[in-house]
Structures are given as structure tokens and as C-alpha cells.
Design a protein around this ligand. Structure first.
Ligand code: PGA
Length: 259
């Protein structure tokens, strides 16, 4: 089977930017896009800015994404937003289980499983974030942690249902710290995740699922990361708030296998 995974370059704006700033950043990114980008691009904007960013990106290849979702369809869940509401707001993709959600807000795998189900049911693309903490990393537990995070979140679905799944490997010790996993370390974990996917489902599924890397991705490490065979894109936090840097990241040096 051909190994054709189109890279995904995604910006996670987190709890940053007002309406005017979000609109301006989206416009700068849009106006600098190559005519036919060699990757998919997604902007995970704050909920309040989804409308403003949607207006800018709606007829472009840029996907609009949300940073979180609740699994119920509607009802008395004050402060929550459903997958259908996100779809209605123009989203195509949703981040699930970012480490900040897991660590600060106590999200558990059982929650993430329900969120993935809700997102898939309305036809949005889930980006499931997994990653070990510094403590787990130092205790050599990374593989064990990643294995259970993946298994608990997706094992109950069929591979057909998970066709649009992207996995983001984001070692927690590399997020916002300036400490990036080396391309070799990231590649090693991506290869491990791909093998887990093959074990959980089958080889074909593992070869077609995008696995992207996140954690202090910058203009000066993007090319080396993207040169690795199992790194199918990146999830960028801090550097995605700067138009010039994010555009440079979108224009990463291509590798034959990515085109
Ligand atoms: P960072 O964040 O690029 O600022 O390290 C990445 C993320 O949390 O998705």
C-alpha cells in the first residue's frame, strides 16, 4: 500500500488573541499561503474567535479547529460546547486531550474516548494529543504511558470509524519549555506509536494515520523534524502566534515521501 500521508501543520493558539488579533493573524497566514500548499493547515483558535477566523479562511484550504469539545449533544451543561455546535461554527477539526486539558483540568482517557466519539459522529477530524510528563520521561515510562493513552482513547472504535484520526505526540516536558525532543527522539516515538496502531488495528491503518509532533516547534527545527519518515506534521503553540514564524513552518523543506 502506498504510504501517502499529507503533512498537517497546525497552530494551537491556546488562550491567546482577541478578535482583531485573531482575524489579523489568520489574514496574514492566508495571504502568504502558496497557491497549492504541500500540506494541510489547521488553526485551532479560541472559541470566541472561531467566527472571525472562519470568515477569513472559509474559502481557503485552511481548516478551522477548536481546542476542546464536550461529548453530549446538547442540554444542561453550562459552559460546554458540543461537537455539533463546533461544526455549526465552521470547524473541521478538534483537539482532544491536549496535555494542558489533562494536567490542568483533569481530563481522563474515558472522557477523551467520549469526545472522540462525539467528534467522529458529526464528521469532524479529531486530533488526539498524547505525551508523557517529565517525570514519566525520566522514569523511562514514556512508551508505557503513550501505549495506555492511545489504547484507552481509541481501542473501542473500528478502524473505519477512525479514518480521519490524527495523533499528536507532544511530550509534556517539551511544551512551551523551549526544549524540543530531538528529531531522532520524536521519530523513535512516532515509529513506536505507528507500531501500536498496527497492533491495535492493522498495518494499513497504521500506515495511513497521521502522527504529528508538538513541543517547542520552531523555524529552526521544523526542517529536521519533517525530514523524519514518521513525522507527518506538527502542532505548534507559541510560534503559531507569530505570522512570519508560522508561515516559515508551513513552508518546511519538503522531503520526497511527503509529496
Ligand atoms: P509549544 O506548544 O509549541 O508552545 O511548545 C505546543 C502545544 O502545546 O501544542
Amino acid at each position: 500500500m502506498a504510504r501517502h500521508r499529507k503533512p498537517l501543520i497546525a497552530g494551537n493558539w491556546k488562550m491567546n488573541l482577541g478578535l482583531a488579533e485573531s482575524e489579523a493573524l489568520a489574514k496574514q497566514i492566508k495571504s502568504s499561503l502558496p497557491e497549492t500548499p504541500h500540506c494541510d493547515i489547521a488553526l485551532f483558535a479560541p472559541f470566541t474567535a472561531l467566527g472571525a477566523v472562519r470568515a477569513v479562511v472559509s474559502s481557503t484550504p485552511i481548516w478551522l479547529g477548536a481546542q476542546n469539545v464536550f461529548w453530549e449533544k446538547s442540554g444542561p451543561f453550562t459552559g460546554e460546547i458540543s461537537a455539533l455546535q463546533l461544526k455549526d461554527a465552521g470547524c473541521q477539526a478538534v483537539l482532544i486531550g491536549h496535555s494542558e486539558r489533562r494536567v490542568i483540568f483533569g481530563e481522563k482517557s474515558a472522557d477523551l474516548r467520549k469526545k472522540i466519539g462525539a467528534v467522529l459522529d458529526v464528521g469532524l477530524f479529531p486530533v488526539l494529543c498524547v505525551g508523557e510528563t517529565l517525570q514519566e520521561h525520566q522514569a523511562q515510562k514514556a512508551r508505557e504511558v503513550i501505549t495506555s493513552q492511545i489504547q484507552e482513547a481509541i481501542a473501542e472504535f473500528t478502524r473505519q470509524k477512525l479514518k480521519s484520526l490524527t495523533i499528536a505526540y507532544e511530550p509534556v516536558w517539551a511544551i512551551g519549555t523551549g526544549k524540543t525532543a530531538t528529531p531522532g527522539q520524536a521519530q523513535g516515538m512516532h515509529d513506536f506509536i505507528r507500531n501500536r496502531l498496527a497492533a491495535l488495528f492493522d498495518n494499513e491503518f497504521s500506515l495511513q494515520t497521521r502522527i504529528i509532533y508538538g513541543g517547542s516547534v520552531k523555524t529552526d527545527n521544523i526542517d529536521a523534524l519533517m525530514a523524519e519518515p514518521d513525522i507527518d506534521g506538527v502542532l505548534v503553540g507559541g510560534e503559531s502566534l507569530k505570522a512570519d514564524s508560522f508561515i516559515r513552518i508551513i513552508n518546511f523543506a519538503r522531503r520526497a515521501i511527503h509529496v
